[in-house]
Design a protein around this ligand. Structure first.
Ligand code: PLP
Length: 389
């Protein structure tokens, strides 16, 4: 009989993701409209899929360099320079990763010593705090406010910094709020970052999905290049979630350390996915633009619908999530999401899984057909009406 609990204490204490519970509930029901999943409803464009098929036909089935195909790294350098005005060296400052997820993990493992604090701005993507913990760090959360459209305010950042703070993680446009920080807002945060000598992980995975204001990369803010780890990838804007391909750009001293971990743990990202991504960067930008236009139209529809039915919803500048307040119903976000699923078969994610400040809200992904969205809106409206009757 086994007497020892072999699991690590850190892992035992890690909470399972709150999103999963809702997916599991919804998976066993028929006729559910899901606004739950955070991924594009588009299939990867055909030319990109064909490039992967061709790479297999041509026999590219071995490892690439640890950092990824040099040709792809060069294409990424051109892409981030043309689109975000930041410059990197393809040989030493770019790494292809298994999704942006792995890039975030590598970054924390490369920079954190035990007990180092990382500021995580909530509501946030559910992986950040667990990844900080797994790397031996301590996540310190800031609860942004609905009245500020969930934007991180400079005084909130100042107040969270201690002598142990090493890094700040920002995500703009944000999951789950869709909130995007403009250049002036980033400049104000950069002044505090500089003053306290912090490093910044900038999760820019939704950079291509900015609908109103031009997207500003944190690395492009004056003085920030040398202290920014820029994380991006192909999952969202390029509709390639299943390919598992992301990338990270960082000054050489950081990227070399990340590469050390990457070469021992992952070797390299998938070779065929890298060939596909090369095609996406070379010939796929028109597709990215038409997907962006389609999401923008759907955002406009869903945000207007929520506000009309009395669920106050700020206009999310980017990503593909609406984050309406459900406070007017008197329910908690868990009660709302569970009731809506059981009674009307619409799956949304309760806001509290993204942090305390997400309570009173639900996350609805509008990366779903307009017909689905219209039907979901009808059902949500009926759910609210029935609550009051
Ligand atoms: N960062 C954010 C903010 C996300 O929302 C997601 C996925 O939902 C990721 C990173 C992970 O992306 P990837 O599929 O590239 O690992």
């Amino acid at each position: 009989m086994i007497k020892t609990n072999f699991l690590s204490k850190t892992v035992r204490e890690l909470k399972p993701s709150g999103i999963r519970r809702f997916f599991d509930l919804a998976a066993n029901m028929e006729g559910v409209i899901s606004l739950g999943v955070g991924e594009p409803d588009f299939i990867t464009p055909w030319n990109v899929r064909e490039a992967a098929i061709l790479s297999l036909e041509e026999g590219y089935t071995s490892y690439t360099a640890n950092a990824g195909l040099l040709e792809l790294r060069k294409a990424i350098v051109k892409y981030v320079k043309d689109s975000f005005q930041v410059e990197y060296q393809p040989e030493t400052e770019v790494i292809l990763t298994v999704g942006a997820s792995q890039a975030i993990d590598l970054a924390f493992r490369a920079i954190l010593n035990p007990g180092d604090e990382v500021i995580v701005v909530e509501p946030s993507f559910v992986s950040y705090s667990p990844l900080v913990t797994l790397a031996g760090g301590v996540p310190v959360t800031i609860q942004t406010k609905k009245e500020n459209s969930f934007k991180l305010m400079p005084d909130e950042l100042e107040a969270a910094i201690t002598s142990k703070t090493k890094a700040l993680l920002i995500c703009s446009p944000n999951n789950p709020t869709g909130t995007q920080l403009n250049r002036e807002e980033l400049v104000r945060l950069a002044q505090i970052v500089e003053k306290h000598d912090l490093i910044v992980l900038s999760d820019e995975i939704y950079a291509e999905l900015a609908y109103d204001d031009p997207f500003a990369s944190f690395a492009s803010i004056e003085g920030m290049w040398e202290r920014t780890i820029l994380i991006n990838g192909f999952s969202k804007g390029f509709a390639m979630t299943g390919w598992r391909l992301g990338f990270v750009c960082a000054p050489r001293y950081i990227s070399e350390s990340m590469l050390k971990i990457h070469q021992y743990t992952m070797m390299c990202a998938s070779t065929m996915a890298q060939h596909a991504a090369l095609e996406a960067l070379k010939h796929g930008m028109n597709d990215v633009e038409s997907m962006r236009n389609s999401y923008r139209a759907r955002r406009n529809y869903i945000v207007k619908s929520f506000n009309e039915m009395g669920l106050e919803c700020h206009i999310p500048g980017g990503a593909f999530y609406a984050f309406p307040s459900i406070e007017s119903t008197g329910l908690t976000s868990e009660q709302f999401a569970e009731g809506l699923l059981m009674e009307e078969k619409v799956a949304v994610v309760p806001g509290n899984v993204f942090g305390e400040s997400g309570e009173g809200h639900i996350r609805c992904s509008y990366a779903s057909s307009i017909e689905n969205l219209q039907e979901a809106v009808k059902r949500i409206e009926r759910f609210i009406t029935n609550l009051h009757s």
